[in-house]
Design a protein around this ligand. Structure first.
Ligand code: CP
Length: 315
């Protein structure tokens, strides 16, 4: 399927072939440099209703490297959301100002709704303004998954045949949901490490089952560290818990230290979508297996590839 003017809302909207096409474009940009004229005169709106460092700044860096301008807000404070403006009205308005919209929002489904709004505008004769999901509530974070897969390929040379362990907040963690859905397109083994309260949602487990993926659930990192090729740590997200007491029961449950890594393969790579709180000890940063800052860096080529494909017609 064409990428031009396409919404990027869920990783489930993409085939493995399409994802690999994005990786090829990103790889080409890393190798040959960014065409700073490709998106000259184009404008990208970054609507971040929730905090972000990596997603917002890497989209901004990616846009700038291709010659596009950005308009943005970071946090609803200071916008007319505080006066009661709906998401629909904000999107209807910003679609007049921008050629693409990247949105991060606390509500599951907000990016899909924004994409529907710009599609309806297009049906009435306005230009289609593609919507890119920068993370919607507890639901998905598809561009994070694209850079995660790119990072796995970069560090391990393949995804098929690997054992990938995800640890932490698998219930509310949108990066884990998107990653699990994407891994269902590969032939890998998945290990899920979470406390009872934070297990991977059943719709994701059912999907993995339907794809014939070998997926097992565990309570401790020690049960999986020896066989993992990728250890994907995540933060227990205080802000997603409806009840602070629930959070306090699981905070600090998982922590990777130098001692933990003694049981890991020398070729294992430690990933994390970041930000971290205390789930990876800082003294692990210098271990050759730690890959999370390199992973964060991959946000620029992947997001530049997506902008080039969605707005610049690159394929
Ligand atoms: N990984 C990620 O989404 O990071 P930010 O919240 O800093 O954007």
């Amino acid at each position: 399927m064409e990428f031009l003017n396409r919404d990027i809302v869920s990783i489930r909207d993409f085939s493995r072939e399409e994802l690999e096409n994005v990786f090829a474009v990103a790889r080409g940009m890393e190798k040959n440099g960014y065409d700073a004229t490709l998106l000259n005169g184009r404008r990208i709106a970054l609507l971040f209703y929730e905090p972000s460092t990596r997603t917002r700044l890497s989209f901004q860096a990616a846009a700038q490297s291709l010659g596009a301008a950005t308009i943005w807000f970071a946090g609803a404070e200071g916008t007319s959301v505080m006066k009661g403006e709906t998401l629909k009205d904000t999107i209807e308005t910003v679609a007049n100002y921008a050629d693409a919209i990247v949105i991060r929002h606390p509500y599951d489904g907000a990016a899909r709704w924004a994409a529907e709004i710009t599609t309806r505008r297009a049906a009435k004769g306005e230009k289609k303004v593609p919507v890119i999901n920068g993370g919607d509530g507890r639901n998905e974070h598809p561009t994070q998954t694209m850079l995660d897969l790119y990072t796995i390929l970069q560090s391990q040379g393949r995804i098929d045949g690997l054992t990938i362990a995800m640890v932490g907040d698998l219930k509310y963690g949108r990066t884990c949901h998107s990653l699990a859905y994407a891994l269902g397109m590969y032939s890998c083994r998945i290990r899920l490490v979470a406390p009872e309260q934070l297990q991977m949602p059943s719709h994701v487990l059912s999907y993995l089952g339907s794809r014939g993926i070998e997926c097992t659930q565990h309570a401790a990192i020690e049960e999986v560290i020896g066989e993992a090729d990728i250890l994907y740590m995540t933060r227990i997200q205080r802000e997603r818990f409806p009840d602070e007491n629930e959070y306090n029961r699981v905070r600090g449950l998982y922590r990777v230290t130098r001692k933990t890594l003694q049981s890991a393969k020398p070729t294992m790579r430690l990933m994390h979508p970041l930000p971290r709180v205390d789930e990876i000890s800082v003294d692990v940063d210098d271990d050759a297996r730690s890959y999370y800052f390199k992973q964060a860096g991959n946000g620029v080529p992947i997001r530049a590839a997506l902008l080039a494909m969605v707005l610049g017609g690159i394929s």
